[in-house]
Design a protein around this ligand. Structure first.
Ligand code: ASP
Length: 330
């Protein structure tokens, strides 16, 4: 039995400005993160696997409209939703992922079905939606993913003809709302530089690690654009021998840096600690190519690292028998 079982989650990183976030919105984010961590803790306490804990945590984050994944995902330049997700089991190095899905309610569950029921690792677009439906997963109409908040962010981003991280977008729309003396209920991020992807990493009582990540991508992204989230090694990675990692941020840079795998590789090849490896990727390597964002990581000893190079990252972790800890800003 590994007594250090732990789960960590993120709800995206970006320009999360304290000044543009109402006390109520802040409390809502903390409450949502707390509830998801408690659910993940329960799975682990009952002897569930790290894979079960991260699937459940990310499923709940997808269902929560505060975050840019599942219900509440950001809009593409065409005013549609294209969702990406990945999951990896550190025990076996098995992985599953889907990208550009439009129909499956919970992309992380589709990724898990790919891991468990397919000889492949990544399914895209219509084929991925069809695979998920054939596996019996719930499908929804595209408007299920809509929220007024993300739609407002998209209108702003479109007006400025740019793609932006989810949380950055939320800050922008918050400022716009503020200017009209009408603070929006959810005014966390700046719609021009916000990333609201969600993710979870866990270590279970058996000593195995797992990671899962899910996103709507970046606000006003070009149709067909796929970021780091569904790419094993970039947005998601897990290996019992080193660590489990889930990333959030400017996906193109996380892909170019193979960010999640680099944390594991540094531990394996340079023999550095989880914290040192994670800090090096987020604070040194990604900034060299203007990579903005952060990641969450756990290793097989129960160490947790949550580095980010943006103003904020919605995040938290929970050890068995201890109260979950959540945070937003630096
Ligand atoms: N990494 C995600 C992407 O590029 C965005 C995010 O983390 O918010 O699709």
């Amino acid at each position: 039995m590994n007594a250090n079982a732990v789960i960590a989650i993120h709800g995206g990183a970006g320009t999360i400005l304290r000044a543009s976030m109402s006390t109520r919105a802040e409390a809502e984010y903390h409450a949502a993160l707390h509830a998801v961590l408690s659910a993940g803790q329960r799975v682990l306490a009952e002897g569930g696997s790290a894979l079960d804990a991260v699937s459940e945590a990310v499923r709940l984050l997808e269902d929560c409209p505060l975050f840019n994944a599942g219900h509440g995902a950001v809009y593409t330049s065409a005013g549609t939703h294209e969702l990406d997700a990945a999951i990896m089991d550190g025990r076996t190095l098995e992985a599953g992922a889907v990208c550009s899905v439009k129909r499956v309610r919970n992309p992380v569950l589709a990724a898990r079905k790919v891991l468990e029921c397919s000889e492949h690792v990544l399914f895209a677009g219509e084929g991925a939606d069809a695979f998920a439906a054939a596996q019996g997963l719930e499908t929804v109409e595209p408007d299920y993913f809509h929220t007024d908040a993300r739609y407002g962010q998209w209108l702003l981003a479109r007006g400025q003809q740019r793609a932006m991280l989810d949380h950055d977008g939320a800050s922008l729309s918050a400022n716009a709302a503020r200017n009209e003396d009408d603070p929006a209920p959810h005014e966390p991020l700046d719609p021009n530089r916000k990333f609201g992807t969600v993710g979870a990493v866990a270590l279970d009582l058996q000593g195995h690690v797992a990671a899962a990540t899910s996103t709507g991508g970046i606000t006003n992204k070009q149709v067909g654009r796929v970021g780091d989230t569904p790419l094993i090694g970039a947005g998601c990675y897990a290996d019992d021998a080193t660590c489990a990692v889930s990333s959030t941020g400017s996906g193109e840079m996380f892909i170019r840096m193979v960010a999640a795998y680099d944390v594991a590789a540094q531990m394996a090849y340079r023999n550095v600690s989880l914290q040192d490896a994670a800090d090096d990727v987020v604070m040194n390597r990604l900034p060299r190519i203007d990579g903005r964002g952060g990641l969450i990581a756990v290793d097989a000893r129960g160490n947790v690292a949550l580095p980010f190079n943006t103003e904020g990252m919605y995040r938290g972790f929970a050890r068995l028998g201890e109260a979950p800890e959540t945070a937003i800003y630096r």
